[in-house]
Design a protein. Sequence first.
Length: 663
Amino acid sequence: MKHFFVCIAFMLGYVTPGIGQAGLSKFVFSASKTKVLPGKTPDRGNDGKIKEVDQIGHLGLVSLYYQNACYTGGRYNHNDFKVSQGKVRSGKLSFDAYQVFAPRHKASKFLASQHCLAFKFPKKQSYTIYTLEAGKVDKVAKVNARQVNTARFTPIKTLKVSKIKNQVIYFFAPTSQRISSFKQLSANTEGSQIKTTLLGTVFKYRFKVNASVFHTGKDYGKNRQFFLLKNPKNRVQMIWQDKKNKRIYLSNFTAGFKSQQNFPLYNPQKADLLAATNDTQGNLYYFTYQGSKGNTRVALYKATISGKFLKTKQYDTSKKGLNIYNFRNYMVSLRHAQGKIALMIGRTMHKSGDGLHHQGGIAVVFDANTLSKIRNHGQTSGHSFDNYLTTNKAGKFVAIDLGDNYPRGVNLHRFDGTRRRSQVVYTFKTEHGTRATSPSGRKYDYYAEISKGNKKYYKWSNDNGTYSELGGLVEVSNGYLVMFTGEPSPTGKALDNSRAGYKSPDPRNVGLVKVRKDFEKSSSRGSQISDDLVLSRGMTESGGFYTFGGRFSKQRNAGVKWLTRYRDKSKASARHLKVAQLGNGQVLLVWEVVSKQGYHTTYQNTFALKIDANGNTLGQPVVLGKHVRLGRRDDLLVMGNKVFIPAGNGVESKIELIVINTR
């Protein structure tokens, strides 16, 4: 009998007193038997029995019903799953475990029936199923005692294995048994040191809550979910929302992160939480939305540092007001400065003169005391698919948002209660029409300059793609650093229209530009970025695109610095870039790397990098590990030399804090 081992261990480094805990517990899988399960057992019509060929140990494999059958013949299902039976051990604990590999034979037509795992549980009690990957233990399913029949296999239909890309290790444990890589810190809190890097030591804390939590890394959500705040007592707070009952919570964390307390915030209409912030006294502000198309309601709430309700105000969403016809999960930001609250929000507007509901972002300023609207600065970008809002040392609001047309690029803003100044600082490629006649019925000329081989383009476009994600914006002594991910060609160019479209061959890379503080005084116009705007040294290029009406719109980039060099998106592409300005003036960048093949995206790992005030890298990107997952738009918090990253785990009903104790 052959034995082999998959062992993942973590170094237990020195832990700073008062913040750190011991390292992660080690889980080890050892295999003792391997068998290929053909997957010939249907979920229906077999009296609940699993064929012997589809069993190994207590594990079985069944084909699920799809439309009119449980397919097993190979035309509409995958076959031949290699499975290794064994044990997962941690200290004195030992659990039945199975390593399931990707199917050897794929459906000859298309995948209809997927296969799921079934398990013959030894006792009539509740069980929890976990996965083990690169040392990371995740809860993936639970089977209640009433579902268990010890005389037969119990299908676990949520554990589908047909789309496994490499292999997955599953292990089964009684629900009464605590399973975690993290050390128990208190009744509802666990945490450990998870990594020691050249940038600093990384810790993770997990807090059990009685709520439905957004699952970072699994749930889809473009907008912000967790809002980290630093209060005047130098404590960390978080505002977040229960996704089912719509309760909004304020979480107060103790100094050592060994516990936290949750306080419900006033939300009588069970509206959706869109954004939150606080002021220098610790007063809380949160912005909510509810309603349906054409009948929307938005409100701003104010509460004390402890969460006690103070006041609220609703705003006119009609065409003459904030012009919100629908929200549709766009980005929202909220910040306080000098007695004012700034809001940036993307939304779908009421019908314009052409009869369409256009989308765009707006910047609005409110009085922090009365919550009255001071000024609506109007459209920032249209369409506006992303935004990031902060303040500068002069007490002004500074922000970036991501526009696809008006203008097309990363748009930098500075505003207060009186006026706004804006300028594009980075722009990108555009996919053009592949037919001579556009949807408007007008015919356009052949675009020979970007047409290659059988791929023909014409001189019109209607591309909503931005080929970018915003990272953030920080003020330095002589300018602003604006950070983003983009899709440079192998030569670093971002304006090559022949490489645009969903099937673009270019992966996302981390980039930045440094621009002067008085950016409105540069000679830049629209998406033509001038040399006198940019302070960084990097790629400079000129280009442009043909609009939907066939007019040529000029573009120019200057001083673009690419900090990563990903070349094959099937192996590595950057996403979810975050920025944190440290006390020493350096900037910490954190992002995820994924692989992309067609519509399928697979998370690979999370990385971090330090840069200086000029955007120069201070070393190489550092692996933070798979315990550090990033939300699409959740922002970081900096306190001293510590950087905080919020996250959630919906399966285990836990809110999470990752703490990087930077060097």
